[in-house]
Design a protein around this ligand. Structure first.
Ligand code: NAI
Length: 783
């Protein structure tokens, strides 16, 4: 073509990137890869093929690791962890810095290999994935450097098993490995079976960086290798990114094992366009939201929710833009959309779209598709109802499902009408409107007039069935550290049994439950006696059952207005509860002494009053942050309440234990359903009389009594509960974690650690972070 012809056609032409270096790298390894264990590549074992999805050609053969291989990798990681974790932060920082530099030095090789293995456009792997990988290692080199000074009370978890998906193979590796090793953990990582190659190249740069043997181990293979990691007994933490179904299986498989867990799962993120939005920018944003990486993005803006008055105009602009999209060879620098990862994924997308044929109106980009390879055309389906399968299920392909709304509140309602809660985009030129809507969206990340913005300094992660835990930022480090100190198993305390010569008391002193701000009788009509060590009958308490839990959760759910009260108002109420408790301090102290047979009642009541003051203080001081992300704008990390928290109170501190769970939760705007200390429940039932006189709205705190083991399943399994905290002596961890898999609620199991409730370990930031979700709201300034 002549220059003139180029000007006339304004055609892009081809701009192919060479595959030669990447192919040479593979050939130099005979096209067959073993595993990276203890600082060396093993000989290739049972092999499977890794293909280029754009051409179908075999790129390399990769080893399907066995359970024994996983075991050897875990042994290496365990051995390495001791010395790696003991290094000063600065020593680890130097290694992470070296890794960051080496990623940059090999950046083009990483990008080309990634595009060939995954099918994503080279523009994306070169300009987005790989730079973000380097950024993640730089950022976490800094975290290692600051660890000793800034996180003196926390330490590494140990050996982390990490399982990642195929959509951002190298980037997900970086998100997992960088914070883990920065904090002194060692890792056994499994890439997805479709995309192992950049992880194997990363193994090479670990060698180049001189990383000590065993700090990073990479085992390849399919879900069976993932299962071997998940069920391995000597792994302390599992970090998983992938489908919600597998996430749920992992939650169940690790229940009761004592392993920490973070899950970054699927999404169906809303993309809301208000009628005053800059429509051209919003269209361009959509190209990024849903056609970036062929829509195979967990936070893809896959649900377009557009204001009715502009819908037709917006769709017309969008279709015009779709007409310009270029789909083709991922190594061509001028294409917009590459290949989906594998024929299986292509089939899955095709089936989902075909199964909903006739629902809505389908429009596919008219661009020609290559003759071979896994290419799926950019697709828009308009006129769907919010309940339609295409609006509810994650398609994980270049398919945008659209509906309309009339008012901002309807937009929020449609946006939140999903089981997921990963990300959301809001488009409007009215910043008041966007900042009104952002906090109302149930999502871990909100982008204002933008989409798919990521940075190592900003937390990323979801709520609801999008999983739990954050990656990135200070908040991301929680997932790779634990409070310093040795864990000691808690022992349940047996209630005082009835004396032989027990006398029936004529006075009815049966304490009821406290539900929705009212006293409630047990549904089952059962109660248990509470005896003093002295032999006197102190009273009776009800034994709660499933129905009582349901009522309490319903009351808590109905009290959602608490989340909207100001932090100052919540602080005042907490002070007031403290004041009212203090007015009855002697009575409470005597009650505790009578139940426990001890003499520390007065001290415990004092500590409880102090704790109420502590969280009254924190209510308006547990701030978020404005993250210094590399753009002109801010990423606001906002602490939001988790929702309804179920709590099992400690046996050993009947009043203080309950206050220690209740106060941080309600200070942050949550509502609670608490199962009181099992052996000493009367302090809790007395306490609700204090709550009744303290202006606390009904339903914010609900208290039941009964057997923790019986209540574990109904409370942890309730879909209206967003998190469960277990500090009881009863070993209910397996039940709580298993049941929490239903809606993938967060769980906090503390029965492996005796806590000094009187001391500093009984309060503070650890509790507050369990009581909050960090929502990151990205607000670019514009220019
Ligand atoms: P997947 O969830 O099965 O795969 C993710 C990773 O988990 C891979 O490394 C895989 O080998 C591993 N894995 C599979 N089964 C496992 C098990 N039982 N225990 C431990 N690890 C296991 O995702 P898949 O099948 O590749 O894709 C299916 C759908 O999942 C996609 O269509 C998409 O909707 C969704 N997905 C979502 C992702 C996200 O980031 N949200 C990422 C990948 C897939």
């Amino acid at each position: 073509m002549t220059v003139k012809e180029h000007f006339d056609s304004m055609d892009y032409g081809l701009a192919p990137e060479s595959a030669a270096e990447a192919l040479d790298w593979i050939t130099a390894r005979d096209g067959a890869f073993g595993l990276y264990i203890n600082g060396a590549m093993t000989a290739p074992g049972e092999l499977f093929k890794s293909r280029n999805p754009a051409t179908g050609e075999v790129l390399a053969q990769v080893t399907q690791a066995s359970a024994d291989d996983v075991d050897v990798a875990v042994i290496a990681a365990r051995k390495a962890q001791k010395s790696w974790g003991a290094l000063p932060g600065h020593a680890r920082a130097k290694y992470l810095y070296a890794l960051a530099r080496l990623v940059q030095k090999h950046s083009r090789l990483f990008a080309v290999l990634e595009s060939m293995d995954n099918g994503k456009p080279i523009r994306e792997s070169r300009d987005i994935d790989v730079p973000l990988v380097a950024r993640h290692f730089y950022y976490h080199a800094g975290m290692a450097q600051l660890q000793d000074a800034e996180l003196p009370d926390r330490e590494a978890l140990g050996v982390c098993g990490q399982i990642i998906p195929w959509n951002f193979p190298l980037l997900m590796l970086a998100w997992k490995i960088a914070p883990a090793i920065a904090m002194g953990n060692t890792v056994v990582l499994k890439p997805a079976e479709y995309t192992s190659l950049t992880a194997l190249l990363f193994a090479q740069i670990c060698d180049e960086a001189g990383l000590p043997n065993g700090v990073v181990n990479i085992v390849t293979g399919d879900g069976r290798v993932g299962e071997a990691i998940v069920t391995h007994e000597d792994i302390d933490k599992i970090a998983f990114t992938g489908s919600t179904n597998v996430g749920r299986q992992i939650r169940r498989a690790t229940a009761g094992s004592g392993k920490s867990l973070t899950l970054e799962l699927g999404g169906k993120s809303p993309y809301i366009v208000f009628d005053d939005a800059d429509l051209d920018s919003a269209v361009e944003g959509l190209v990024d939201a849903i056609w970036f990486n062929q829509g195979q993005v967990c936070c893809a803006g896959s649900r377009l929710i557009v204001q009715e008055g502009i819908a037709d105009r917006f769709y017309a602009k969008l279709k015009a833009r779709m007409g310009k999209l270029r789909i083709g060879d991922p190594l061509d620098k001028s294409i917009d959309v590459g290949a989906v990862v594998d024929p299986i994924q292509h089939q899955r997308i095709t089936d989902m779209v075909n199964a909903s044929a006739g629902e809505g109106e389908l429009y596919q980009a008219p661009c020609p598709l290559p003759d071979q390879g896994c290419f799926y055309p950019p697709t828009l389906i308009t006129g769907l109802s919010s309940a339609s399968t295409l609006m509810q299920e994650e398609i994980f392909g270049p398919v945008l499902a659209a509906t309309t709304f009339r008012t901002p509140s309807e937009a929020v309602e449609i946006a939140n009408n999903t089981r997921y809660g990963l990300a959301a985009s809001v488009w409007s030129e009215n910043v008041n409107l966007t900042l009104d809507v952002a906090p109302k969206l149930v999502a871990g990340v909100v982008w204002v007039n933008g989409t798919n913005m990521f940075d190592a300094a900003a937390g990323f992660g979801g709520v609801r069935e999008s999983g739990f835990g954050r990656e990135g930022g200070w908040e991301g480090l929680q997932a790779y550290t634990k409070p310093r100190g040795k864990a000691v198993s808690l022992k349940p305390i047996a209630p005082v049994s009835a004396p032989k010569d027990a006398k029936v008391d004529a006075l009815d002193r049966t304490a009821k439950f406290y539900v929705g701000g009212k006293q409630a009788r047990p549904d089952g009509g059962y109660s248990q006696a509470v005896w003093a060590k002295s032999g006197a009958l102190l009273g009776h308490v009800g034994i709660a059952n499933r129905k009582d839990i349901r009522n309490a959760v319903e009351a808590a759910t109905a009290a959602s207005g608490w989340a909207k009260t100001t932090s100052h108002a919540r602080a005042q109420i907490l002070y007031y509860i403290g004041e009212n408790l203090s007015a009855r301090a002697d009575e409470f102290a005597a009650r505790i002494d009578a139940m426990t047979g001890g003499r520390s009642g007065a001290k415990e009541v004092d500590a409880a009053i102090s704790r109420l003051f502590t969280y009254a203080a924190w209510a308006d001081k547990f701030d978020g942050a404005a993250k210094p992300v590399p753009m002109r704008g801010v990423a606001l990390a906002m602490n939001e309440p988790v929702g309804v928290i179920g709590g099992f109170c400690p046996d050993e501190a009947p009043l203080l234990g309950l206050v220690s769970l209740m106060a941080p939760a309600i200070a942050m705007g949550n509502r609670v359903v608490l199962a009181a200390s099992q052996p000493y429940p009367l302090a809790a039932t007395d306490f609700y009389q204090v709550l009744e006189t303290s202006d606390l709205p009904g339903g914010v705190v609900n208290i039941v009594t009964g057997d923790h083991a019986t209540l574990a399943a109904p409370l942890a399994g309730h879909l209206g509960v967003d998190a469960v905290w277990s500090h009881t002596g009863a070993d209910i961890s397996a039940t709580v974690e298993l049941e929490s898999a239903g809606n993938l609620k967060r769980s906090w199991i503390n029965n492996a650690k005796a806590r000094d409730w009187m001391g500093a370990a009984g309060e503070g930031r650890e509790f507050l972070s369990h009581a909050t979700e960090v929502k990151t709201v990205w607000v670019p300034y514009g220019e």
